[in-house]
Design a protein around this ligand. Structure first.
Ligand code: CA
Length: 341
């Protein structure tokens, strides 16, 4: 069910009136609900939002890529007339979810909107907070920065700004360049696809940027869909854009560097996400509530090939650096459980 524009506008006004101002008292920590503390009193509301979404959006704390993806769909609507990470996709969902590139995000928006209104926080803040909290539930993800204080007002983004999996690498890189991201930073952002892929698999399986470089052998579902290419693992869906960016000369070396350096990947992913989450915002007008974001769960396993795979299955594309030698996990060929419908 979609709320009428009138109700949304009213909710926006109400939420704006409760957006806190910057604190000038950094020395003493504020005590929030359940004895938790934050550097800023204004951040306390986010602990209550966190409890609510862990229970009602993430089934008690599950890794959630879908919610994280929404941060991107809102933020990348920037240039030259859209206003980035401003909540526009929620304020103007009647317009923006009709864009083909935003196909499917309406459901998660309708789930999130009432929670944002209930807690009196702005839509732009809520989308970024939910995304940061959702991905931090994924093993191996970094604890992302969360800046609060976006106004609860936005204009609808124009169509055509959200890259799609079927787009060419050049088209995707140009769109990101227009929004201020270098080709390497695009790779850094795409790390979310492999980090959050942990959502759908056996936690003992190490899904990584490496998987994207394996030779594709099958489709997980009913044959090829638009934007999908052959996957190396039974049950895994592979996006055409991930496949192509992992092999493109402009981005292959950054991609390959993450195969054995998880720390570099998470550090760069965090930095790129900080940039995405504040796209179109003035950072000095925001305040830092990162201490509300849960600590992430570290990976317990180093890089390896999935069981049943060989080094010759890797399509290495970085000319400058040799591909590291990896051994395969023991056991039968790895498969990935299908994503529930
Ligand atoms: Ca937006």
């Amino acid at each position: 069910m979609r709320l009428t524009t009138g109700i949304v506008v009213l909710a926006s006004v109400l939420a704006v009136s409760s957006v806190p101002t910057k604190s000038s008292e950094p020395s003493k920590r504020a005590t929030c609900s359940k004895g938790r503390t934050s550097a800023l009193q204004e951040c306390c509301v986010w602990f209550d939002v966190l409890d609510d979404i862990q229970e009602n959006l993430f089934d008690g704390g599950a890794c959630n890529e879908e919610v994280h993806e929404l941060t991107f769909h809102d933020a990348i609507g920037f240039s030259p007339f859209g206003l980035g990470a401003d909540g526009s996709i929620m304020h103007h969902s009647d317009i923006e979810t009709n864009f083909p590139a935003n196909n499917g995000v309406d459901e998660i928006i309708e789930l999130q909107r009432p929670i944002a209104i209930k807690h009196g926080v702005s839509f732009g803040d809520f989308i970024q907070f939910a995304g940061a909290a959702g991905i931090t539930n994924c093993p191996g993800a970094p604890s992302l920065e969360f800046m609060a204080g976006r106004f609860n007002f936005s204009f609808a983004s124009p169509e055509g700004l959200v890259p799609e999996p079927a787009d060419s690498v050049t088209k995707i890189l140009l769109r990101f360049l227009d929004a201020g991201f270098s080709p390497n930073e695009v790779v850094d952002l795409l790390a979310s696809h492999t980090i959050a892929a942990q959502d759908h698999v056996d936690p003992t399986i190490n899904v990584s940027t490496l998987d994207t470089l394996l030779t594709g052998t099958a489709f997980p579902g009913n044959g090829s869909q638009t934007g999908e290419v052959l996957s190396p693992l039974a049950g895994e869906l592979r996006l055409q854009s991930d496949f192509a960016i992992a092999r493109d000369s402009r981005t292959a070396c950054e991609w390959q560097s993450f195969v054995t350096d998880h720390t570099a990947m998470t550090t760069k992913f965090r930095a790129a996400m900080s940039k995405l989450a504040t796209l179109g915002q003035i950072r000095d007008l925001l305040y830092d509530c990162s201490d509300v974001i849960p600590k992430s769960v570290p990976l317990t396993k180093g890089p390896s090939l999935p069981a049943g795979k060989k080094m010759s299955d890797i399509q290495a594309a970085c000319k400058a650096t040799p591909f590291p030698t990896l051994t395969a996990d023991p056991g039968p060929a790895t498969s990935v459980a299908p994503v529930p419908p």
